[in-house]
Design a protein around this ligand. Structure first.
Ligand SMILES: Cc1ncc(COP(=O)(O)O)c(C=O)c1O
Length: 432
């Protein structure tokens, strides 16, 4: 029996409607940007497997470092104990993070990095005697699937069943410029004196449809937070490790956030790992002779040595010239293809930032995450050997940094042919 068939008898997949989606595709191995299926097909992973992969699949250097670490120290409790991979990775990350970041707290994934950040900020406010309990996030934001993260997410239909259990969060539109009217609105919200936390995805809101906002506008918002003593949390889970063209998206800003969340690309896509970094001032609010003031948070696999070693190996690869050449190549190819896309009658909102290309299909009322176009587009790309997972009527290309020009051209052709097919079907429907 095939993997796909056996899977159907025992598994439950994330964000998947088992009744209407087809059988999952069995993957037996992967190399570079290519996934090899159990029935002998090859698929280009143009979404970096949910945005985690940066150097390509099964990279031999990361695999080797993982194997060495597994044979040396696979895991040890991280309360009362420490180890070299955790210390070295913290030292390395602090070189790349905004200069005010001084402490690293490990967890397991993007959602836990955010959950940790929210709890850290809340306990910090509590311990520094501040009763400002309101949290602000961006309209359209996505921060993960745990409860704190869900509270901060855009309140879409996804969260209806959980709504009674979530805490209240106020929302503000991401700024389109430094003078955007939302900045005055934001200032008025902060002026009420009850806002304690502002959490945001810097520069690109991924799940919202790779929506891009203004660095200058965001910078202004962070200035206002500083003025009003609001704790700022930059969720770099998606944007970190070069995705937007700079190491972190916060590198586009002058203002520095108080807390940063990272995950996804951190291990090069090999193992789950979350990091929440903070300023010294936040750490100091927990530093006390009183045990009751310690940070009440932790996970069994905190600072897993194998995951930390994968991250160290990935960071080494990221420093090599091949990585920056890869980032440049992707950006150049995306920008060249953008010109074609912009002239396509079905396309709107096409844009490129760093390694991300995004555009929308003109679909009238049938837009948003649940757009019926999504399944047709997904199938159209897959049929052409390309994995792209549209967010409703929004398509994005976000490959590992080792992608070749030939592979990118194949991805663009798959997009053009699928759009062609869609245009014909739309014309046909109008004529009928
Ligand atoms: C900005 C952002 N934050 C947090 C998360 C949650 O990360 P994870 O899926 O690892 O829990 C995601 C996932 O897409 C994300 O895009």
């Amino acid at each position: 029996m095939s993997l796909s068939a056996r899977d159907q008898a025992c598994l439950w997949h994330p964000f998947t409607q088992a009744k209407i989606e087809g059988l999952p595709i069995g993957i037996v191995r992967a190399k570079g940007c290519t996934l090899f299926t159990e029935d002998g097909r090859e698929i280009i992973d143009a979404v970096s497997s949910w945005w985690v992969n940066i150097h390509g699949h099964s990279h031999p250097y990361i695999a080797e470092r993982i194997a060495k670490q597994a044979a040396t120290l696979e895991h040890v409790i991280f309360a009362g104990f420490t180890h070299a991979p955790a210390v070295e990775l913290a030292e390395q990350l602090l070189r790349y993070l905004p200069s005010n970041q001084k402490r690293i707290f490990y967890s397991d994934n993007g959602s836990t990095a955010v959950e940790t950040a929210l709890k850290m900020a809340m306990q910090y406010l509590h311990q520094s005697g501040q009763s400002r309990q309101k949290v602000i996030s961006f309209h359209g934001g996505y921060h993960g699937d745990t409860f704190g993260a869900m509270s901060a997410n855009a309140p879409t239909s996804f969260y209806k069943p959980f709504a009674p259990y979530l805490f209240q969060v106020q929302r503000i539109a991401p700024p389109q410029s430094q003078d955007d009217a939302v900045i005055a609105e934001f200032e008025a919200m902060l002026g009420m004196g009850d806002v304690g936390i502002f959490i945001f995805e810097p520069i690109v809101q991924a799940v919202a449809g790779m929506r891009i906002h203004s660095p200058a506008g965001l910078n202004r918002m962070l200035e206002l937070c500083r003025k009003h003593g609001v704790v700022t949390i930059a969720d770099e889970v998606f944007t970190g490790f070069g995705r937007t063209g700079r190491f972190f998206a916060c590198d586009y800003l002058e203002q520095e956030p108080d807390i940063v969340c990272i995950s996804k690309g951190i291990t090069g896509g090999f193992l789950p790992l979350g990091v929440t970094s903070s300023t010294q001032a936040i750490f100091d609010a927990f530093y006390s002779d009183d045990r009751g003031k310690m940070f009440f948070h932790g996970h069994s696999y905190t600072a897993n040595p194998i995951a930390c070693s994968a991250a160290l190996a990935s960071l080494e690869l990221l420093q090599k010239p091949e990585a920056s050449k890869g980032l440049e190549l992707i950006n150049e190819c995306h920008r060249a293809f953008l010109v074609n896309l912009k002239s396509h009658s079905l396309v709107k909102g096409a844009a490129v930032v760093g390694t991300i290309l995004r555009f929308e299909i003109e679909s009238g009322a049938d837009s948003g995450y649940l757009s019926s176009l999504r399944d047709r587009l997904y199938a159209g790309f897959l049929k052409r050997g390309v994995l792209l997972r549209p967010l409703g009527n929004i398509i994005y290309v976000l490959p590992p940094y080792c992608v070749t020009k030939e592979e990118l051209l194949k991805v663009y052709s798959a997009i053009e042919e699928t759009l062609e097919e869609l245009a014909k079907a739309t014309e046909g429907a109008h004529e009928a």
